[in-house]
Design a protein around this ligand. Structure first.
Ligand SMILES: Nc1ncnc2c1ncn2[C@@H]1O[C@H](COP(=O)(O)OP(=O)(O)OP(=O)(O)O)[C@@H](O)[C@H]1O
Length: 117
């Protein structure tokens, strides 16, 4: 139990060090959490934000795992390898777009309220 926990933490550390996207997600998440505190968003909005942040990290980890498995299987340029990587990248992309839309829907009204004061 403790061993699998430490393997998982290891994986997260590896991804943060090796994947630029993970660091981008990390910085974006800190900014989003700061905005959430600043605007005093509601409990339900916090839950949605946390779900979105957790989701993008989890998805990026799976994407990184798929990239490594593909690289492990072949160093050749193969159509299936390309498809596997592009599909995984597509999953992250869809989630990122949805996250941005959710961010706009949640934060725009707060920003407009402050601007209209
Ligand atoms: N073995 C391969 N065969 C065919 N196409 C590949 C192969 N490896 C990578 N590609 C293509 O190159 C793209 C980039 O692959 P790469 O492994 O560099 O991921 P990446 O873009 O660096 O991902 P990330 O930015 O998340 O680290 C893939 O999406 C895929 O289209």
């Amino acid at each position: 139990m403790m061993a699998s926990f430490s393997f998982a933490i290891n994986g997260i550390r590896t991804a943060i060090m090796a994947e630029r996207n993970m660091r981008i997600h990390l910085v974006s998440s800190v900014i989003v959490i700061c905005c959430s505190i600043f605007f005093s968003i509601s409990t339900i909005e916090w839950l949605i934000i946390l779900l979105v942040i957790g989701g993008i990290f989890a998805l990026e980890l799976v994407n990184s795992a798929i990239e490594r498995v593909v690289d492990l299987v072949t160093e050749e340029y193969l159509s299936l390898a390309k498809q596997a990587k592009d599909l995984a990248a597509g999953a992250v992309f869809i989630y990122a777009i949805v996250s941005i839309v959710i961010g706009i829907v949640i934060f725009l009204p707060y920003m407009l309220t402050i601007l209209s004061r």
